[in-house]
Ligand binder design. Structure first.
Ligand SMILES: Nc1ncnc2c1ncn2[C@@H]1O[C@H](COP(=O)(O)OP(=O)(O)OP(=O)(O)O)[C@@H](O)[C@H]1O
Ligand SMILES: [Zn+2]
Ligand SMILES: [Zn+2]
Length: 790
């Protein structure tokens, strides 16, 4: 990892036919006996290397794990993201290739004499490090002739895990009888029997669940077993994605707007025109159906299609829609899959068994060939950008792959990112607008509730009288409601509870961030700092503090206000377990609850016909992020969540509680008016020199010694300055939000620029210098177009 260039090695004669680009090999590296893993990038007949070439020790893969397209992509990606090519190559591989695994030869032509000789009566042949060259050559030949295939099997196979679990032979009546026999102080036993009674259809239940969620200990279970109340058994967890057998759906007849969209995309697919479309379609305008019918067009042309959705919307709802239409031609890739499952899907793609891939961010590296269409749903989502090295944006990779594959790209959203919308304005992307909801249903009516009003600040909890009344009405009609608790983003900020005032940086127009350790307010862009105020600078009230209520607290308030309502809570705590997210949504979809309460994760993509009310508890939190995208994020969130109401026959109603009722992001979201918001926000970005008027690059430096970090940051700033013109803006160094993570101090420098031809090269130099000087203990990270600055 210390170096970022290819090295040349000799291919031993024995491996001469075997080694091809895209395989991994083991090679000696450096002076000692150290051996490392490398990727074969190219095979050449001659070498310009002056010294004696070292030979490759062995091949790790018997077939390439990366295609030529991916190898080519790695050069561009490393350059674009300022990361090492090797980390780009690693990123493209499915995680199983990075885990512990075994490789097996599996026969395709079983009665071939050479295959028979190799297998020696066994069903498969394991590939080990000890194989002699002859065997490797033989396997390679058989593979090329399609007589055998190579398969990877994960060693600590997570596909099937065995867990201890509890079940019972007793029926409901017997359970009741047993319970009544127990002494009143046998609390754990009672609890266990109650659980079993309530969940008789879902048994066996894992020990884990009983322990974690119900506080029933192992000892209690063992006691119950001794008394013949329960039986202990094992469950094999089958890690199949939830809801994988949806009903088959057929094409819907399109609305005029949908048809126009599909026609334009179809034309680009047919013409192999790698242009980019931006679909700006209001919530509920039927974008998904446009995606599905466009995919169908690509398939009709004998091509494949790749569709990205944000991880969080990769719910059964979305997966079902795609799988429901295209059946087993679809591979689904997301982080909920085990290594084994991921590998299975990956193999199906590689073997051309599937024509459509749906997945989250990293699915953009799926080994799909002959791509005819790439779709990115909810294209404004920040999660399309990876937070770690390589810091790539899936949209950029999509555009690159589209060019190579001569296929169009479709970006879709009700609230496009400013960058994309601005590109459409300039004609770089082709805009498709869908202004109407399907079924001519009106957009929901949005009501803004000013939390500064006396009657609202008088209520004890977080629900204004208006929101309470709306909820009651919804419950009376037996409709459903979604309540969004807008959770604090990445930093803590100060807000006045009396007037809604938020302390901002005088230079940068972003919120100042509270640094607890210093008791100070700081700007993450320019480093400006001031003491934590004692009273509100605007209205002199002392009611200032840090905004933020937990979802559990809100759930309690709901239970107190509406004891008869069934509430489902969705946040990081309730969705930690695999499949929990999907389960909550499917329960809500079956109307097993009246209110769905959640954080940002409930805001997007959900399509439930009975939802007629959406309530937003605190619209302001995202507004106060110490980030120039704060208004954009707020507008997106409020528009998206409002769009969950009234999607089918019944009309929708939205209540937004805020301390900033006059803020344009909130007002425009209430009108679901993206275009007006876009114009206003572009004006502000222009005034303060932000994206998309300026490019942004963030350089962060870390070291265990704060003094050294700061010194190095200033030195880097100088290094940058010499490569920049006077038009570029350099901000910082300033400490990051949690300036001390893992015993390191972090400082950052921000470069804003329009056209700086020397900057790229200089950044690469800085990166390489830091790596060459690894002993000094500095880490430098370069983030091109950061999604958030904290
Ligand atoms: N042509 C059509 N005829 C009838 N119903 C349709 C048609 N197109 C879409 N629908 C239905 O309309 C609803 C909304 O569509 P969809 O979920 O695709 O909207 P969307 O544009 O993706 O919205 P959002 O951005 O809010 O997720 C869905 O229930 C979908 O099945
Ligand atoms: Zn500032
Ligand atoms: Zn105030």
């Amino acid at each position: 990892m210390q170096t970022n260039r290819p090295f040349e090695y000799l291919i031993p004669d024995a491996l001469s036919d075997v080694v091809v680009p895209g395989m991994r090999v083991e090679v000696p590296f450096g002076r000692g006996k150290r051996k490392i893993q490398g990727f074969v990038m190219k095979v050449k007949d001659t070498s310009d290397f002056q010294g004696k070439l070292k030979p490759i020790v062995r091949v790790i893969d018997l077939k390439p794990v990366l295609s030529n397209e991916m190898l080519k992509l790695s050069y561009w990606l490393a350059d674009r993201t300022y990361s090492f090519q090797i980390s780009c190559l690693q990123t493209m591989l499915p995680s199983v290739m990075r885990a512990k695994y075994k490789q097996f030869v599996v026969p395709i032509v079983e009665n071939d004499p050479e295959v028979v000789a190799l297998l020696q009566g066994k069903p498969t042949f394991e590939i080990t490090n000890q194989l002699d060259d002859e065997t490797i050559k033989l396997i390679n030949k058989l593979r090329k002739n399609k007589k055998v295939d190579i398969q990877y099997v994960v060693q600590n196979q997570a596909v099937q895990v065995k867990r201890q679990a509890v079940t019972t032979d007793l029926n409901v009546i017997q359970l009741h009888e047993e319970k009544s026999k127990l002494r009143a102080n046998a609390k754990a036993q009672i609890k266990l029997l109650e659980y079993l009674t309530a969940h008789l259809h879902d048994l066996p239940v894992e020990f884990n669940v009983l322990e974690k969620d119900y506080g029933i200990s192992r000892a209690a279970i063992k006691t119950a077993e001794k008394n013949h109340l329960v039986k202990i058994t094992e469950v094999t967890k089958l890690r199949k994605p939830v809801g994988m057998t949806p009903e088959k759906t057929t094409k819907m007849s399109l609305t005029d707007e949908q048809k126009q969209a599909v026609d334009q995309i179809d034309e680009a697919i047919t013409d192999e025109d790698p242009k980019t479309f931006l679909i700006e379609g209001v919530t509920g305008s039927g974008k998904t159906e446009v995606y599905l019918q466009s995919i169908d067009k690509a398939l009709q042309q004998g091509k494949t299609a790749l569709m990205l959705v944000p991880e969080i919307s990769l719910t059964p709802q979305m997966v079902n829609r795609v799988v429901g239409r295209f059946g087993d031609q679809v591979a689904v890739l997301h982080s909920g899959l085990s290594n084994g499952e991921r590998y299975d899907e990956w193999t199906r793609i590689e073997n051309h068994e599937v024509k459509v891939v749906v997945g989250a961010r990293s699915a953009i590296f799926a080994p799909l060939e002959n791509i005819g269409l790439i779709i990115i749903d909810e294209e404004h989502e920040a999660s399309y950008k990876q937070d770690d090295n390589p810091r790539y944006h899936a949209r950029d990779v999509a555009l690159w792959r589209a060019k190579v594959n001569k296929s169009p790209v479709v970006l879709g959203s009700a609230t496009p990112s400013l960058e994309s919308r601005a590109r459409a304005e300039k004609g770089v992307y082709q805009m498709i607008r869908m202004k109407k909801r399907v079924n001519e249903q009106k957009l929901p009516q949005v009501q803004i509730v000013d939390m500064r009003d006396a009657e609202n600040s008088a209520v004890k909890g977080d629900f204004s009288p208006v929101l309470q009344a709306s909820l009651q009405e919804t419950l009376n009609k037996h409709d459903q409601a979604i309540i969004l608790l807008n959770r604090r983003g990445y930093s803590s900020f100060m807000m006045c509870r009396e007037c809604g005032f938020v302390l901002k940086c005088p230079n940068c127009d972003v919120s100042l961030t509270y640094h607890k350790d210093l008791g100070k307010m700081k700007c993450h862009y320019c480093g400006h700092e001031e003491p934590m105020p004692q009273f509100c600078p605007n209205c002199r009230s002392k009611k200032i503090g840090f905004y933020g209520t937990g979802t559990q607290n809100i759930e309690q308030q709901l239970n107190d206000l509406f004891p008869q309502a069934r509430v489902l809570r969705m946040d990081v705590d309730t969705t930690r377990r695999k499949g929990a997210h999907a389960k909550i949504l499917s329960q809500f979809g079956q109307h097993k609850a009246d209110i769905l309460l959640g954080t940002q994760m409930i805001a997007k993509g959900l399509d439930f016909p009975d939802v007629t009310l959406v309530g937003v508890i605190n619209a302001d939190t995202t507004l106060s992020l110490a980030d120039f995208r704060a208004s954009e994020r707020t507008f997106q969130l409020l528009t998206q969540v409002s769009g969950r109401a009234g999607r089918a026959q019944k009309s929708g109603h939205v209540v937004i509680q805020t301390f900033n009722p006059d803020h344009y992001a909130i007002k425009d979201a209430a009108k679901q008016d993206y275009e007006t918001f876009f114009k206003q926000e572009m004006y502000i970005r222009h005034q303060s020199n932000y994206t998309p008027y300026y490019f942004t690059t963030l350089i962060s430096v870390a070291n265990q010694d704060e003094g050294k970090t700061l010194k190095r940051s200033y030195w880097l700033k100088k290094q940058l300055q010499t490569a920049l013109s006077d038009d570029a803006i350099l901000l910082g160094p300033s400490p990051t939000m949690i300036s001390r993570k893992q015993n390191k101090y972090y400082y950052q420098i921000i470069v804003k620029y329009k056209h700086e031809p020397k900057l790229h090269q200089r950044l690469l130099e800085i990166l390489n210098e830091t790596q060459a000087d690894a002993k000094s203990g500095f880490t430098v990270a370069i983030d091109n177009e950061p999604q958030h600055i904290d």
